[in-house]
Design a protein around this ligand. Structure first.
Ligand SMILES: CC(C)(COP(=O)(O)OP(=O)(O)OC[C@H]1O[C@@H](n2cnc3c(N)ncnc32)[C@H](O)[C@@H]1OP(=O)(O)O)[C@@H](O)C(=O)NCCC(=O)NCCS
Length: 160
């Protein structure tokens, strides 16, 4: 008989309050600050608790029954003077041990279905330009039109 894969064992469900610590700690392993030094969002406890507070419908976990092995969380954006609503997948992470076994796809599909139900017309994702695995992942999911974005900093401590 064929061996069961993690994909068959995992339940993709909405996050509950008791999951928040596990999500945070998994994120600490997945989004290491060096690799994911995004200027406008950093992975911290507040990111998890505030998204859970504001958009509890859009926070999903992959649960084996024993532990959480992934999560997806996002937000919806309504723009003034636009009939369209947008969805932003902010964080998608899979326990590195289970990478490439389909868990990310299950989480993404659940997130996309939820967005579709809410009437979202366009989904957005963003990641570092050199995060090739994620870019490949999102391309496989149908995302295209990658756009460069430049971050600049001004050191406010510097005396000229
Ligand atoms: C990106 C990420 C969520 C993918 O999760 P995953 O469970 O490994 O993805 P899947 O197994 O469902 O992969 C689906 C497809 O994506 C592509 N892909 C995923 N990981 C890849 C990798 N490391 N290299 C190249 N392609 C990859 C492949 O096309 C893969 O299909 P295949 O295995 O049949 O070739 C996971 O690698 C991760 O947590 N990365 C760190 C955090 C991150 O970058 N998140 C995204 C930005 S928020």
């Amino acid at each position: 008989m064929a061996e069961k894969s993690i994909k068959d064992e995992v339940d993709i469900r909405r996050a509950k309050i008791d999951d928040l610590a596990a999500i945070f700690h998994l994120g600490e392993r997945v989004f290491t600050s060096q690799e994911f030094s995004n200027l406008y969002r950093t992975w911290d406890e507040y990111e998890v608790t505030s998204l859970f507070n504001m958009e509890p419908d859009l926070l999903f976990v992959a649960d084996t029954g024993e532990r959480l092995v992934g999560f997806a969380m996002g937000t919806m954006i309504e723009k003034a003077r636009s009939a369209w609503s947008y969805g932003h997948l902010l964080w998608l992470g899979v326990e590195p041990r289970y990478a490439r076994s389909g868990v990310g796809s299950l989480l993404f599909e659940r997130f996309r279905d939820e967005m579709e139900e809410k009437g979202v017309r366009m989904l957005m994702v963003d990641t570092q330009a050199d995060n090739y695995p994620a870019i490949r992942f999102f391309r496989r999911k149908g995302f295209d039109n990658p756009t460069d974005h430049v971050y600049m900093t001004l050191n406010m401590q510097r005396e000229d």
